[in-house]
Every structure is written in C-alpha cells, then in structure tokens.
Design a protein. Structure first.
Length: 326
C-alpha cells in the first residue's frame, strides 16, 4: 500500500509535494528502513525528500552498525598514525574547507564545532589556521571518538539534537555531509543557528543532487546512484532556501568539488553493468570488489585541485551562512 503524499516540506513547511520515483537502497538493512519510501519534490523550495521516514531509534540502530558494514559509507580508517595524510581524499576536503572559511572567520581564536566530524580532517585543517582556537566535535563512531580525543578535541558522543542546546555558542559550526542525514533538517538548522555567536558562521557541505540527476535513469535498475541512507537531496536553490529559513544570512551557496562525470562515469553511462555483476558474482566477492572500488575512489593526489574549485556540474554544494550581529 502506498502512503499518502506528504504535505509538509522538511525545510519550508506546508507545501505541495510531488512524487518523483521510488527510493533506491543498496543494502538489505536499508531496504528495511526505506523499502516502502518514495522521493518527493517540494513545489515551493525544490527540495527532494524521502517519505515515509524511518523512526529515530531505527535510524540510530542502522548508523551504529550497518552504515559502515553494509552501506560502505563514512570515513574509513586506514593508517591513523599518518593522520592527517592517512586519507588524502579527506585531507584535501579539510584543507579546501579551511581555505574557504578562514577569510570569513572574524574571531582570532574561534570556538569551532564539527557536527559529524569523522576522524577530524576539517577540524585539523582549521586548527592549523587558527592557533589558539578551541576544537569540539559531535561524533558517534567509537574509533573516531577515540582518535579525536587523542588529539585533544572535546568530543560529545550524543545526538546533536540533545547536546547542542546545552553547549555555549560557537564562532564556527561545520556540518559536512551531515545535513542530508537528519530526519528534521529544518529544526536542526534552526537549532544550529541559535548556537552560533553573533557574527558566527555555519559551513554546510552536502552532495549535489539536482533534479536532472534524479531522473537520468527512470527505472530503479538503471539507477545513476543509490539514495540510502539520505533523507534529503539538495540543489543550490533548496539548500540556500533552507539556510535562509533558519534565520541565517547566506553568504555563499555553490556547487563545488570534482565534476560529476569524472567520479561516476560508470554509474551514469553503463549503470546496468553493476546490476548485472551483482547478480552473477557470489555476494562475498561482489562486496570485496565494491569495497576495493570504494577505496580506489578515495585515492587522490596530495593536492587535488578539483576539491578547491566551484561552479558547474560538480558533486558537492558548499554553503556559508552567518548569524548577523543583532
Ligand atoms: Zn519546501
């Protein structure tokens, strides 16, 4: 049975939401959470969103175990003794984010919080730029928490919804590849806006999923990409609108990072190949190959210029929004 279409957009409120296509999962665990979901597009702000949504406890259980083991997502520990050069993909992301943010930070010794910090590549890069700053993180993964604490970072291993109201204001809050995972992104952005000091900035980075990419292959078998486990799918307009709705002044909102075609040619041009392989190859071998391929895509140069570029059909959206001094 299909659930009735939602009539509340996750960021802009009451609105007409038009069905797009079925939600695409990549693991059995994901199917249990999102198997009956559809993607809808808000006619007001353009945000694409999943509905119906899993419960928060079910989602928390998924992130505790399945996200890393079956979904092959999130940062992978390689050789942490080489940190921050352990993973050049995350190293470049950290450096490029710090380069973008540094000129906009007004406090000489900023209080910085990264929500969903992973191993802390962004915090490390910001720490290099602002000696004397205070670094904090909200992070669940045990290996990441241990690593962050070993580097002197204050870590809160609780949901942001619970811990944020109890924390003092920050001059910089980082939300990199996290916003699209929240069940209520509008409420999260309003909460974050309330925890910024006057003049403080929020940095948001999300995958760039324009409507065109959603529909490039209509049939789920020929999926250009999977959706699991994202709740929301942004383009620059819907992200900018969501930030403005939280009361912040949007200073930057643009596509950024590697160009689409370069990173996902396989999925865009011969997506049936993957589907065929998955059916022919025994599951353990398929998983091994997929893991190898995921690791390969993380192998980039010590300085990857595309990470510092903006505009056009690129795989991320980067945004900076400020709490104006009232
Ligand atoms: Zn909307």
């Amino acid at each position: 049975m299909t659930a009735p279409a939602p009539c509340i957009c996750l960021t802009c409120g009451p609105a007409a939401l038009l069905p797009q296509r079925r939600y695409r999962c990549k693991s059995a665990q994901g199917k249990a959470l999102f198997g009956g979901s559809q993607l809808y597009r808000c006619q007001g702000c353009g945000l694409i969103q999943a509905f119906p949504l899993p419960s928060l406890p079910a989602l928390a259980e998924y992130y505790a175990e399945d996200y890393r083991n079956h979904c092959l997502s999130a940062t992978d520990a390689e050789e942490l003794q080489k940190f921050p050069l352990d993973n050049l993909f995350y190293y470049n992301r950290g450096q490029s984010v710090a380069e973008l943010l540094a000129p906009r930070v007004t406090s000489p010794q900023p209080r910085i919080l990264d929500i969903g910090a992973g191993y802390g590549h962004i915090l490390h890069a910001l720490g290099e730029r602002f000696p004397g700053c205070t670094l904090s993180a909200i992070e669940f993964s045990n290996v990441c928490v241990e690593h962050l604490r070993s580097r002197g970072i204050a870590v809160f291993a609780q949901p942001a919804e619970e811990i944020l109201p109890a924390l003092p204001p920050f001059d910089v809050i980082v939300l990199s590849h996290a916003l699209e995972h929240f069940l209520d992104p509008g409420a999260m952005l309003r909460l974050i806006a309330s925890r910024l000091s006057p003049g403080g900035i929020l940095y948001v980075e999300v995958p760039h999923i324009p409507e065109e990419a959603m529909h490039r292959y209509i049939d789920s078998v020929w999926a250009p990409r999977v959706d699991e486990p994202h709740i929301t799918f942004f383009d620059p307009r819907s992200l900018s609108g969501a930030l403005a709705a939280s009361g912040l002044a949007v200073e930057l909102c643009t596509t950024a990072g590697p160009e689409y075609s370069r990173v996902s040619a396989l999925r865009f041009h011969i997506p049936q190949w993957r589907w065929l392989m998955e059916r022919i190859i025994p599951k353990p071998i398929f998983r091994f190959l997929r893991r190898q391929r995921a690791a390969q895509s993380m192998k980039v140069n010590a300085r990857e210029d595309a990470f510092y570029q903006q505009g056009g059909f690129r795989i991320w959206i980067r945004a900076i929004a400020r709490r104006t001094a009232a």
